[in-house]
Design a protein around this ligand. Sequence first.
Ligand code: PLP
Length: 348
Amino acid sequence: MTHPLLDDLAPLTADRFAAIERQVAGLLHTAQDVVITQGEALLPLEGCIRGAAGPGTTALNVITGPYGQTFGDWLRDCGAKVVDLAVPYHAAVAPEQVEEALAGHPEIDFVSLVHAEAATGNTNPVAEIGEVVRRHGALFMLDAVASVAAEPLLTDAWGVDLCVIGAQKAMGGPAGVSAVSVSERAWQRMAANPRAPRRSYLSLLDWKERWIDAGRRGLPHAPAQLEMLALQACVERIEATGPEVVMERHAAAARAVRAGAVALGVGLEPYVHEARHAAPVATTLRVPEAVDASAVVARALVLDPGVPLVAGGGALAQEMVRVNHYGPNASPEVVERSLAALGGALAG
Ligand SMILES: *Cc1c(COP(=O)(O)O)cnc(C)c1O
């Protein structure tokens, strides 16, 4: 028996792989190299940190959610000195706070920041922060997994040296493929780092040597073909729809959930205090005191198993409900059903 996906698929050529890289570069507004990494976004995020940071590094690690915690752990593991700038999860980091941290530690030469945090529902002002980081001269790494396609992402204009994306959130693609743009200075930093992974799946330098510098003629290992085709399909869908239209769908869903949750009158409040700090990709809500958020989500999912509701991770599981209105779920129908299920769960 033949199967259209398994038997009739032509091999993914180096040319096609390179073309998909350029399409992703277009989405990121970057003229830098883009490396497509064949794994979930944690792969390039870890690859960036282990490649760029070492015992001689002083890193400013901005923590506005759980991913920032993880970056700090990796940075310390690499031997870097880490200055943590932690901001309460209900807000965004202010450029002035970054400026102050840099002024207090002139030796900082690496800054890691998460753009939007799907886990906590906030988004950070990267354009302004990028300006501050550029003035200081540090290498700037951005986790844009939860912002790409949901809100503007101007990699080069914002001075981002390492911009990591994944396909699984607002792009509406698979989780098994991700990408990172790498500036010339970031390549130099990695090349000068004796501890940067080599001959390793985490190694971005291996991709540079064996793929980019070799003229993108032969892939270093077998491409994850289905994920690559899916990545191309979702980039092309965004282009065909219009990136502004896709972004506005996410922003509209976020506005509707924020306003609708309060209008339900069941004690739900936006977790992120100010609307301008709220991420378009997902909306977090605080449940009334003495109510358990995971129980609310469980009841809501009994009422409507199809809605994209989850309780907050870890310690947030008690107090936070998250509406993951991204990708195909960035629609008025899904928003309405999510709110109805939450209303029913809290009224019952
Ligand atoms: C979703 C997300 C990732 C990817 O991690 P998962 O644990 O696979 O979801 C990375 N960074 C951020 C900011 C994200 O929102």
